[in-house]
Structure formats: C-alpha cells, structure tokens
Design a protein around this ligand. Structure first.
Ligand SMILES: Nc1ncnc2c1ncn2[C@@H]1O[C@H](COP(=O)(O)OP(=O)(O)OP(=O)(O)O)[C@@H](O)[C@H]1O
Ligand SMILES: O=C([O-])CC(=O)C(=O)O
Ligand SMILES: [Ca+2]
Ligand SMILES: [Mn+2]
Length: 621
C-alpha cells in the first residue's frame, strides 16, 4: 500500500490482508490441504486379488505383486498375497517386484499420468488431451487373429472374405505371456473395470489393462462408466483386454506376419494387443466379441449409429468407416442413442458403448457444432496437429494422419439420451460414400434391396481408418462391418430381415459420397444437403414422395426434397459426360455383381423365397 507522505513514498509490507492466514506450518502441509481425501474405491470383491489373477502368468501360475496407487505417491506398499503355498520367492525375480495398479482413475488423474508418461501428451486450447498413437494411426485388420478350436471352428466364419484369421490356443497363450511379462515389468499399469451395452439384461463386464494412461482415458470415455456401487460389486470380468501395444509381437512366432498382433480367444474371454497403440483396436476388438455373444441370445449387433426423434421414432445409420454414422446420428434436433455400435433385441435398441469416436479431419464448428463442442476437458484427441503456443487444433492438418479422432463420453453431446436405449427402429439408413459418384443421394429400398445392400456393404473407404489405405477405393464389407463380424454374414442378415419385417422398419440407401462425377472430377455431396435428406426420411416426407426407378441398380429415387436441388437427386443430371456416367455405372454394377457371387449359394433365414428376392435385388444389366 503506498501512502503519500511529504513527497516521500513509503510502502507498508505488513501481511495485512483481510483473510486469516493459512493454517499450515510447511509448504508440504499447505500442499496436503489442497487435496481433500476422496473415499477410496472400496475393495469390493477385492479388486487387487482379482487383478493379480488377471495378470497371472500361466507358466508361473501366480500373479504379480500388486499395490494400489501411483509409485510416486509416498505410501507404503501393501502387497497382495498372490503366491500359492508352494511358490517360493526364488522361483522368479519378477516375484520380488511390485507393480502399481492405477484402478479406474478419473479423467483429471489420467491427464496428469499422461503428461508424466509421454512427451506427446498436451492440453489443447479447449481442454482436450491431445496425444499420439505412435506408428499405427488406424486399425490393422490383417494382424487380427482369432483362436480356432473345436467350438469356434464350427461356429465362426472362416476362409475367404472372413475377418477371422486363425491362430491356435498355444500361440495365443505365448502372446498372452509376452504381453503380461511386459505389463508386469512396468512400474505401473492402468486397470479399468467397465461395462458394455446399456441393456441391463445383456450387459457385459470388461476389464482393460494397459500401460498407457491415454488408453485408460480412451476406454473410460468409450465404455460405460460404472457407479461406485457397481464397482464395489463388480466381481470377475466377463472379458479382459491386455493392451501391451507399446511392445511388439514376435514376428517369428507362428501365425504372425508382422510385429503387430491383435489376438482374441473367445474360450478364455481375452484379447491381447501387441505392437499397436491405436486405441480403436480395443473398442473394435470388444465389438467383435459382442458380435459373437449377442446373436447367441437372439440379439443383433450392428455397426451403426442410432438416434431418436422427439416423437420416439428411432433411426439406425449403417455404414463403413467414414460414411457418416457419427456425423449424421449427432443431430441437434434429435436424441443421440449412440454413434457406432448397437444391439437390436426384442425390447428395442441399446448402445453398446458409453462414448463416441468421431473423425475430426476438417471438422468445423459450423457444420458439426455438437461434435465441435464435445472436444473439451476429458476428451481424447488422437493424432491431431495443434499450434505449439496457443494449442489451437488445426483440424485441416493431415500431417500425422487423415484418421484424426476425438473420443468423448456420450454425455458431452447435449441431447444424448441416457440411458442409451430406445424402441424398435422405424428407419434403417444404409450409408455409402460412393467415390464413383453414380449412386443417388437417396433411394427408398424394399426389404430384399435392403438385404442386398446390407450384405454387400459397399463404400469407398476414405483414407486412413484402416492402415495402409491412402486414397478412396471401392470396398465391399459384409454387414457394413466385415472386420468385426464373427459368424457368416447371412446370419446377421437373416436377423436384420426378421426384425425389420416384425417391427415394420423402412430401408434407405443414402450416398454421402461423390456427385457430379467420380472422385477427382466431382465433389462430395454437401453435408447440409445430406442432412436435409435425412430430415425428410425422419419426418416421413419421403414415404409419400413421388418416385422414379433408376436403370441398372433399379433404385427408387424421389423427384423432389425440401431444401435439396432436385437435379442432384438423379446423378445422371450432375455428370457433364453422360457416356462416362453410363460406363462408370456399369463398372460399379459389375463390382457389386462380382462381390455378391460368394453369397449366391447361401440361404438367408428359413425363407428361401427371401433368398431369391435378395439375389434379384442387385443390379440388372
Ligand atoms: N455429405 C456428407 N455426409 C456425411 N458426412 C460427410 C459428408 N460430407 C463430408 N462428410 C464428412 O465425412 C466424415 C464422416 O465421418 P463419420 O465420423 O461420421 O464416420 P463414421 O461412419 O462414423 O465412421 P467410423 O465407423 O470410422 O467411426 C466426417 O468427417 C464428415 O464431416
Ligand atoms: O474402429 C475404428 O478405428 C474406427 C471406426 O469406428 C471404424 O473403423 O469403424
Ligand atoms: Ca464414428
Ligand atoms: Mn466404426
């Protein structure tokens, strides 16, 4: 405080502010005042015992010494008695060592862990955690292996076109041991116990064990978060992921073709990840497991987004990666049930996940406001580029990858429907991003056509989500998710046909891809137009519109839609070179025909007339 005093300024250095002094004798004491003790997560069914059992080496038959909490924190470790009476301390050096378990940490704690761990974790200007997934910035479907045993040999889809590449039980166990030895060699591991599926009767308990804090935060966001009470009674997980992605697979091992390996054992209910840190592997690995477990209960698992209108009308959005499931299901005028993975049971639809995983390349506040606003504290931003000083993200920057992603809890979307369940779908929208620019922006499908396009699963994959794809290429992926299905596609198709018929859903094919020429000539259909088309489906406007039939594909296309220029509704109008249009149309039709040949010899469901109708629902030329 300065006081004028005969031209001389004096300063009063008294600590005379109005507040009482802090009641601390030392800086350490002051620091300890800052954090109010939280009620520790109770050791319900003794999580440390249970986690030690999860991490047990099969060769040594006991789990590691575990202690709860951060090794940096100065608390005396309380070891878990893991050893069997016969095991002596000398049996392995690893039994002398403690591994710290960081169990179901909060996002704030995981942020701090992430900063300590990697030079590549930062807070962006909106509070998200920006991080890198390392060398892999997309999934590695060719490195996925599934244990083939007596049961799965009979049950699963193997061979040409199938995503299930076999490995044997022994090699699974060898890879598992490699992952466990790596995880147990670390000072600390992150363990999340969470749920999948919002349908309470079909909820699955999952445990995720990982070396990276960002992986734990990713799964915290993407799986369903248990309440404290649910955690206390969590018990034994139904499925466990060992994510040792920072450590490579052994390329010389049987069945391995690279140093990346994602291994699933349905019998052991375990997944092992080696040699890739792309977080999507965990999410989609579990999705594969749901594709195995749910159909056994008569429940259809779907690679689809899902939302509901204020009147309770539910729409499903199927489509391969990058076709618009997340973008179009996140609709400010509707309630979001989920963006990527759902179940359709006799009681309606349920989201499998507790979060969304949005592509964020070229993300704009104007076109996708809800996703934009969800990128805040708690959200994981994978592989984005930001300004070094301001930490503002440049969503247009593809320097690291085109497959940049944001993972956030579903409640970050303001109109999310919680719990994420809804009644039976009214509309089933099949999304295709057609790089050939010949599929109409929207067509109404009959049931056989819906099945034909569902089994075909056409799109032009947009670069990046699967490793090694650099430019759009026509792709067929059965059930719009061949990488994740476990049984033959006709099993899922028959279930979809049965449910659509039973509950009276209408099928639609929406091209979110090119218009006015193929990739390189035309351009992608403007998102606001696609949104108008989707609005017209939801409102029922398109059910009563006038239609005409296209040549070759035989698709019913509307002649007008509110807010969409009529000339774009029939792609032929948008091509300047009509000869090139016809040639491209026939080329795509030929690709459809070739692709469908493998399915021609399968019966779909119990009704062979449906199979015949589906075969006839493809292109005719
Ligand atoms: N007309 C359009 N319709 C839908 N999306 C469009 C359109 N034009 C451009 N896009 C962009 O395409 C991308 C669609 O990606 P989205 O995240 O919705 O894919 P997805 O189907 O959810 O894939 P994944 O299964 O990999 O998560 C977004 O980046 C979106 O901005
Ligand atoms: O799994 C991923 O990495 C992203 C995704 O949703 C998909 O590819 O369908
Ligand atoms: Ca998505
Ligand atoms: Mn997906």
């Amino acid at each position: 405080m300065a006081s004028p005093n005969g031209g001389v300024t004096t300063y009063d250095y008294d600590d005379s502010d109005s507040a009482a002094p802090v009641r601390a004798q030392t800086i350490e004491e002051l620091h300890s005042l800052q954090r109010k003790a939280a009620t520790a997560i109770k050791d319900g069914a003794s999580p440390l015992q249970s986690i030690s059992a999860s991490l047990a080496s099969l060769a040594r038959e006991y789990g590691p010494n575990l202690v709860k909490g951060d090794p940096e924190a100065k608390v005396a470790p309380v070891p878990v008695k893991h050893q069997q009476a016969s095991a002596t301390i000398a049996s392995s050096d690893s039994s002398l060592k403690f591994t710290h378990v960081l169990y179901n940490l909060s996002p704030a704690e995981l942020y701090e862990q992430a900063f300590g761990q990697k030079k590549s974790s930062f807070i962006t200007s909106t509070g998200a955690l920006a991080t890198l997934s390392g060398a892999k910035t997309g999934r590695s479907p060719r490195d996925k292996r599934v244990v083939k045993d007596e049961t799965t040999e009979k049950e699963l889809w193997w061979g040409k076109g199938s995503p299930n590449i076999e490995m044997d039980e022994r090699q699974f166990v060898i890879n598992r041991e490699r992952a466990l030895d790596y995880l147990n060699s670390l000072d600390k591991v992150y363990v999340n116990d969470q749920f999948l599926n919002w349908d309470p009767e079909n909820r699955i308990k999952v445990r995720i064990i990982t070396s990276r804090a960002y992986h734990a935060l990713f799964m915290h966001n993407m799986c369903i978060r248990p309440t404290e009470e649910e955690l206390e009674t969590f018990g034994t997980p139904d499925f466990t992921i060992y994510n040792a992605g920072e450590f490579p697979a052994n390329r010389y091992a049987n069945y391995m073709t690279s140093s990346t390996s994602i291994n699933i054992s349905l019998a052991r209910r375990e997944m092992v990840i080696l040699g890739t840190q792309y977080a999507g592997e965990m999410k989609k690995g579990l999705f594969g497991v749901m594709h195995y477990l749910m159909p056994k209960r008569g429940i259809l698992s779907l690679h689809s987004g899902c939302n509901m209108g204020k009147e309770g009308d539910v729409a499903l959005f199927f489509g391969l990666s990058g076709t618009g499931k997340t973008t179009l299901s996140t609709d400010h005028n509707r309630l979001l049930i989920g963006d990527d993975e759902h179940c359709w049971s006799d009681s309606g639809v349920s989201n499998i996940e507790g979060g969304c995983y949005a592509k964020c390349i070229d993300l704009s506040q104007e076109k996708e406001p809800d996703i934009w606003n969800a990128i805040k504290f708690g959200t994981v931003l994978e592989n984005v580029v930001f300004n070094e000083r301001t930490r503002e993200v440049d969503y247009a920057d593809k320097s690291i990858t085109e497959n940049t992603r944001a993972a956030y809890p579903i409640e970050f979307i303001p109109n999310a429907l919680i719990p994420c369940v809804g009644p039976h779908p009214k509309n089933v929208i099949l999304l295709a991003c057609d790089a050939y620019g010949v599929l109409p922006p929207v067509s109404k499908l009959n049931l056989a056509q819906t099945m034909y396009h569902f089994i075909s699963g056409y799109t032009a994959i947009v670069a990046g989500t699967e490793d090694g794809i650099k430019e759009p290429t026509a792709t067929f992926s059965a059930c719009f998710g061949a990488a994740f299905i476990m049984y033959h596609p006709t099993k899922y198709a028959a279930m979809l046909a049965e449910k659509m018929q039973k509950y009276g859903a209408t099928g639609w094919l929406v091209n979110t891809g090119w218009s006015g020429g193929r990739y390189g000539v035309g351009s992608r259909i403007k998102l606001p137009y696609t949104r108008k088309i989707i609005d017209a489906i939801h409102s029922g406007e398109l059910l009563t519109a006038n239609y005409k039939k296209t040549e070759v594909f035989g698709l019913e296309i509307p002649t007008g839609i509110d807010g969409v220029p009529s000339e774009i509704l029939d792609p032929v109008n948008t091509w300047t070179d009509k000869g090139a249009y016809k040639e491209t149309l026939l080329k795509l039709a030929g690709l459809f025909k070739n692709n469908f040949e493998v399915f021609a010899s399968y019966k779909i469901g119990d009704d062979s007339s449906l199979t015949d109708q589906i075969l006839a629902a493809g292109p005719n030329f």
